[in-house]
Design a protein around this ligand. Sequence first.
Ligand SMILES: NC(=O)c1ccc[n+]([C@@H]2O[C@H](COP(=O)([O-])OP(=O)(O)OC[C@H]3O[C@@H](n4cnc5c(N)ncnc54)[C@H](O)[C@@H]3O)[C@@H](O)[C@H]2O)c1
Length: 312
Amino acid sequence: MLPLVPCEHNVVWLTDKIGDKSNKLLLSLPETNHHSKVVSDGTALVPIPQSLTQQEHIMTSMLEGKIAIVTGAARGLGQMFSRELASAGAVVVAIDRNNCSETIGKIEQDDNRAIFYQTDVADHKSLQDMTQKVTRDFGRIDILVNNAALYANLTSAPFDQLTEEEWDDCMRVNVKGVWNACRAVVPAMRKSGGGTIINMSSLAATYGLPFALHYTASKAAVIGITRGLARELGRHWIRVNAIAPSAVATEGTREFFGDKFEHATEVIRATQSLRRTLEPSDVVGQVLYLASDASRFVTGQTLMVDGGTTLL
Ligand SMILES: NC(=O)c1ccc[n+]([C@@H]2O[C@H](COP(=O)([O-])OP(=O)(O)OC[C@H]3O[C@@H](n4cnc5c(N)ncnc54)[C@H](O)[C@@H]3O)[C@@H](O)[C@H]2O)c1
């Protein structure tokens, strides 16, 4: 039987030893969730597996009760972010124009919670409908990860050989898609007193990726959106930050570089202080940090996850 720790005012004291508050950590807790129950006098009882270390307590509960939307969640980084946010306690709303059954399956296998909405981020109306359903079912939205983007299938070509059609598609998804998701979700965040938005930019924007000017421009726009929106939304306690990784070993990167993948990653590694190729799991820490109160006074920033290529 798991030990139960009494809590007051939706606050849980996690302790090394049950009953010993000498080493306590304060985490906010929803009134009810699958890890807690509220007894008749209003006291919340939280089961804590005794085998977990204090560090694991933090990681598995840091986002307890939070509702997190992740766009582009069907695969790659979006899938990994969804899984890790759910492991940290959030209920994940996985958004993609493609089916997210693999992502949802993995999250459920981990015994965590997620739902899927098939939505195109270029379509503002469908994002608004999704937001309405989420707020109706869960009452709030705390975290938005703007991860969906056109990347894998984009043409790599000299700037004057890119087609107008592909340029426009890239802007519609990578730039307007971020704006769309923000304007759909921010009213719910404002209403509940705050939130955190995490936008996926790229080293392409800060370093200047040649032969993909549409992608590079779109990811630079994401940094602009992040800065402008951070200043605009700070008064509502909504934080807006970006993450800019270098090439991560995802399916998307393999598709983008094709048979030049090995050469491209070798060239990228040579610019890094830490000389190995980024793995998706290398980016998870920044997402959890920006999603949580650990970054509560950080906004408008772009965190480079590039093994020390860009030194700010
Ligand atoms: N992989 C990298 O090397 C790398 C590096 C820097 C930044 N990024 C950024 O990280 C994010 C994820 O990268 P990834 O490698 O996992 O990409 P990916 O191409 O593997 O995945 C992108 C996901 O977005 C979805 N998507 C695309 N258009 C959509 C739309 N209109 N509406 C809804 N969903 C849509 C796709 O279906 C897919 O599931 C992207 O924003 C990318 O620009 C990636």
